[in-house]
Design a protein around this ligand. Structure first.
Ligand SMILES: NC(=O)c1ccc[n+]([C@@H]2O[C@H](COP(=O)([O-])OP(=O)(O)OC[C@H]3O[C@@H](n4cnc5c(N)ncnc54)[C@H](OP(=O)(O)O)[C@@H]3O)[C@@H](O)[C@H]2O)c1
Length: 227
């Protein structure tokens, strides 16, 4: 384990997603929207290629069936492909999910009370009703995973943000509007009902990328935390 991972006490978390100008990350019915242009796809695949693991929630597996692979037309895949992690408390990952057969280890993380297993995936049990993110991130470095790219969806992103378990977030804003009151957004789940529930961030970079805008956020520094 590297000194940095030991000092942090958990894997590093890099959140990434693509959104419309109004913050939607899919179509109104939850189906996948292609929001990234070629320039952003190249960036995403290079980022995938640079981390130890890529993580999604079971909602994304059900809606999009992503392979989470590094596409060779965008980045030259490393010899050891990143591990693919699914947060899936009650083990609903379908046997034919694409991420189970794409390059790299697949890990399905369930709650402790769940006895299910998925063929082709390593099972990790962690947490009571839902996967305990803090515990999961703390055990990953011991398994050789020091950096995790969280690719969504909105429920999972909100959980990482709300728990303060993130180090950097990149959002690619495509110049279009999807609209809709229940369309999936960057951060779903339970929203803040007052100032106490707000997740503060600071913008550390922004630049045009293709037709869109790439914005990088970091957590607000807490006074005296030294981060
Ligand atoms: N544009 C983009 O960049 C992008 C990327 C990815 C996905 N998407 C879109 O996002 C949508 C799917 O998002 P979603 O919000 O429905 O699902 P999601 O965030 O992918 O998965 C949510 C599920 O993960 C499980 N989970 C387990 N532990 C959790 C924890 N600690 N915190 C939060 N969730 C936990 C929960 O199900 P259990 O309780 O059953 O475990 C939860 O319902 C789709 O429409 C997809 O197209 C867009």
């Amino acid at each position: 384990m590297s000194t940095r991972a030991r000092r942090r006490g958990r894997a590093r978390v890099l959140i990434n997603c693509a959104a419309s100008l109004d913050g939607k990350i899919a179509y109104a019915d939850g189906s996948r929207a292609s929001l990234s242009g070629p320039e952003d796809l190249r960036r995403v695949h290079r980022m995938r290629n640079s981390v130890d693991a890529i993580l999604v929630g079971i909602g994304t597996v059900m809606a999009d069936d992503p392979s989470l692979a590094v596409r060779p037309e965008f980045a030259r895949p490393r010899r050891r492909a990143p591990t693919k992690i699914v947060l899936d408390s009650s083990c609903r990952t379908p046997a034919g999910a694409r991420l189970l057969s794409s390059p790299g280890r697949a890990v399905v993380v369930t709650a402790e009370g769940c006895a299910g297993s998925v063929q082709g995936a390593e099972m990790v049990r962690c947490g009571g009703g839902r996967v305990d993110l803090a515990r999961l991130l703390a055990l990953l470095p011991g398994r050789g995973i020091e950096s995790v790219m969280v690719e969504g969806g909105g429920t999972v992103i909100r959980s990482f943000l709300a728990a303060g378990l993130w180090d950097r977030m990149t959002v690619y804003y495509a110049p279009l509007v999807i609209g809709g009151g229940t369309t999936p957004t960057i951060a779903d789940g339970d929203g803040a009902t007052g100032p106490g529930g707000i997740v503060g961030a600071r913008i550390t970079a922004s630049r045009g990328l293709g037709d869109g805008l790439l914005v990088t956020f970091r957590p607000l520094r807490r006074r005296g935390s030294g981060r």
